[in-house]
Design a protein around this ligand. Structure first.
Ligand code: GLN
Length: 509
């Protein structure tokens, strides 16, 4: 594997902008790596090598002419979750119903990447319409975890996380509705950030649950995630829930955090996130991470957020309710698949045939759950009740953030599970988002940073850092300080230290 693919996005950008290496060389190195390992990892559903190399050549030309780089990430390759619309590539959302669909416009995230001179190499695999925790609900087959190809990479953004973990690209964009950036990041040993709701535009992000969906970065370092966050984040008039305020200074926080301790910082350990269902090796790795935060000078206290126990059931009413409404548009009339339109059937019959064949079982389950929860006579008991729980969760966060600056927990109760293990058990699948869902329901910022390996199975564990809304920079600062301390204690970054990545290289090349 080319040394270039091992470098961070920040290092690559520095070398490209200093013209020590070209963006074309870096992009080609990523494409070679993808060609070597993706037949086994299957992170990508669509690649556009030619377009990527053309963009890279344009960036190189401008730099050669002496123009300043369009952004701190100009010339760096990135992968995009296949839920963001792209004018020049299909957008399938992992669904059969959108196979080959070409959107008529770019998502704001896509456009911002293009404007920043970032090289989009392709679209990554995901659970259908972002519903799932393992990427096994994709109509295009599962993605495999680069640490152990028989395990899931998490989901729904398993493709983005696996592509970054397998050194196919240094950066990817994901979306987090209940954990789909942080949970796969925890399971693949990458950094994944769910920005404050409204921090990254949802324009052109195919909607699953509009009050929760949020785009964000996946990277191998905290600084890289921050650099990507600043490129894609910020106000967008095309998204009515976009926050009209500057992006929190996440790059500054990531740089400052890496050179400072955490003296004076108050860290709350969420009491509810341990106990039954938590893998002992995950809890041990988490406890080591918390002790590192103390060693860095943070004042660690235990904090109780009692309503977090009800976050999962509330989420599984609110998200399906919104999805049942959002997915009504896939009716065979406007997008993608249309079946049975032979002149003998009514529009309703065509819609019904199309939806029956176009959606997978999990999407159908959610649409049915959501339709039921919203129906007359049940609305108050289910959807209304769940919204009240949501308010209680917001209040728990508010009370906690009066006492502490950030909250921490394991990102997931277990490490990556085996492919197939939970496909027939939706509840077991849902439980892997136990710790990530509260931050989505409340809309505040949260990230997952690698916290070493479980001593039981040698698989990555994630440390979740949660901060108040619009205090994304605070979470970055903590994660950056922790990352330096972790690497000093562990003798190097997770992804470089462990044979997992070599296994990918050796087994697949
Ligand atoms: N796993 C959760 C679900 O299936 C979260 C998905 C997401 O964040 N997109 O709903």
């Amino acid at each position: 594997m080319s040394e270039l693919t091992r470098l961070s996005a920040a290092d690559l950008a520095g070398r490209i902008h200093a013209r020590e290496v070209t963006s074309v060389q870096v992009t080609q190195a990523c494409l070679d790596r993808i060609a070597a390992v993706d037949p086994a990892v299957r992170a990508f559903v669509h690649l556009d090598a030619q377009a990527a190399l053309a963009v890279a050549a344009q960036v190189d030309d401008k730099l050669r002419r002496g123009d300043p780089p369009a952004s701190p990430l100009a010339g760096v390759p990135v992968a995009l979750k296949d839920v963001f619309t792209t004018l020049d590539m299909p957008t399938t959302c992992g669904s059969r119903t959108l196979r080959g669909w070409r959107p008529p416009y770019d998502a704001t995230v896509t456009r911002r990447l293009r404007d920043a001179g970032v090289v989009i190499v392709g679209k990554t695999n995901m659970d259908e319409f972002a519903m799932g925790s393992s990427t096994e609900n994709s109509a295009y087959g599962p993605t495999h975890n680069p640490w152990d190809l028989d395990r899931v990479p998490g989901g729904s953004g398993g493709g983005s996380a696996a592509a970054v973990a397998a050194f196919e690209v240094p950066l990817a964009v994901g979306t987090d509705t209940g954990g789909s950036i942080r949970q796969p990041s925890a399971m693949t040993g990458t950094v994944g950030v769910k920005p404050t709701y409204g921090g990254v535009s949802r324009y052109g992000l195919v909607a699953f649950s509009s009050s929760l969906d949020q785009g964000g970065p996946v990277a191998r370092t905290v600084l890289d995630a921050a650099l990507l966050h600043e490129v894609i984040g910020g106000y967008d008039a095309l998204d009515s829930t976009s926050i009209d305020a500057p992006v929190p200074p996440v790059v500054h926080a990531a740089r400052a955090g890496a050179t400072a301790d955490l003296a004076g910082l108050r860290v709350g350990v969420v009491r509810e996130f341990r106990g039954d269902g938590y893998q002992p090796g995950v809890l041990r790795a988490f406890d080591v991470a918390v002790s590192r935060l103390s060693e860095l000078g943070a004042q660690v206290v235990e904090v109780s957020c009692p309503s977090f126990d009800y976050a999962l059931p509330a989420y599984y009413l609110i998200a399906p309710s919104e999805c049942s409404s959002n997915l009504a548009r896939f009716d065979g009339m406007r997008y993608g698949l249309r079946l049975g339109d032979d002149g003998t059937r009514s529009a309703e019959e065509v819609m019904s045939l199309t939806r029956e064949a176009g959606f997978g079982p999990e999407v159908k389950r959610r649409i049915m759950l959501g339709t039921y929860a919203l129906s007359a006579g049940y609305y108050d008991a289910y959807y209304g009740q769940a919204q009240k729980v949501r308010t209680l969760i917001i209040r728990d966060f508010a009370a906690a953030f009066e006492r502490v600056d950030v909250l921490v927990s394991p990102t997931t109760p277990t490490t990556a599970f085996a492919l197939g293990e939970r496909v027939d058990d939706p509840l077991a699948m849902y439980l892997s988002d136990l710790c990530t869902i509260p931050a989505d329901l409340a809309g505040n910022a949260a990230l997952s940073v690698p916290a070493g390996l479980s001593d039981e199975d040698g698989l990555p564990v994630g440390l979740q850092v949660m901060a108040p809304a619009m205090a994304d920079d605070r979470a970055y600062r903590v994660a950056a300080a922790y990352e330096v301390a972790r690497d000093a204690a562990d003798g190097g970054p997770l992804t470089h230290r462990v044979p997992g990545i070599e296994v990918v290289g050796e087994a697949l090349c």
